[in-house]
Ligand binder design. Sequence first.
Ligand code: 13P
Ligand code: SF4
Length: 329
Amino acid sequence: MTLPIAGKPAAAKGPVPQGEALLRGIERLRKELDAVILAHYYQDAEIQEIANFVGDSLQLSQQAAATSAKVIVFCGVHFMAETAKILNPDKQVLLPDLDAGCSLSDRCPPEQFARWLEQYPGHKVVSYINCSAGVKALSDVICTSSNAEKVVQSFPAGTPIVFAPDRHLGAWVGKKTGRELVLWPGFCIVHEQFTERQLTKLKVRHPQAKLIAHPECDESVLAMADYVGSTRGLLEYVKSSPAKSFIVATEVGILHLMQKARPDAELIPAPPSSGCNCAICPYMRLNSLEKVYLCMRDRAPEITLPEDLRRRALEPVRRMLELSATGRP
Ligand code: 13P
Ligand code: SF4
């Protein structure tokens, strides 16, 4: 049976298949287009299941840089797909939902960032990959949550550095490296919701559980964590830890592969300040299997960039990839 997607006008090219037929349709289009499907850990489990590769922001940009596929279907958010385009001007990059933004990227417009930077002449600019191509083009080097320490340490001690757009990741990296970083005051709306108060209550209820947290969380949360790391880091920690119970302070999408890797472990999603079990990124979750199918069928929405901007954004992304090429980030 086929049904139109709720809330969307029926597509001119016919309705979207459902169930098994939808999966077969995606498979057929993947072959026809010579497409690779890349998915972030925060995607719905059913998207992670059909992806060629699931990873964190660094792994996904490395995959995008290395792929020989003609089309990249990026199941993540806009800045991720845009990074894939920066690296692949000759490939078609599709994003299932063009509205899949990011609070960090959206609240750091390039024009405002350029004016802010004028206050810090002579500073090196390290930008978290969660930013637009315009902000990347104003940066010396890009980093992700898994290589931020290494990227900051690539500058000689004493180098004045500004870090944007996540103030929590910036503060954490500053602490780890002993560097004083000037921070752009951005934050992630998902990780900002975890509080020391809620997590303390949860720790009391689960005293044996290890608390693991993403560095986009507030400093007070990171201070009480047993481990702080990128989504891949959190997954690896759970895989290799002898512990049987974990409180996970990041978007709940990561629990899918964590539970698969550790079916014996109890995974407790950290509650946001509201107390609900719903640490879900509203941008990431705009994508759906139906939209994955549609973007391949219609070859849209497509990520495009002015060539001059792409070139300027490419250098800092390349620098990051070079710095991450040797050993683990
Ligand atoms: P990582 O993929 O680097 O863990 O970052 C998580 C995130 O919030 C991506 O938007
Ligand atoms: Fe942006 Fe936070 Fe969503 Fe990641 S989880 S895409 S940082 S809003």
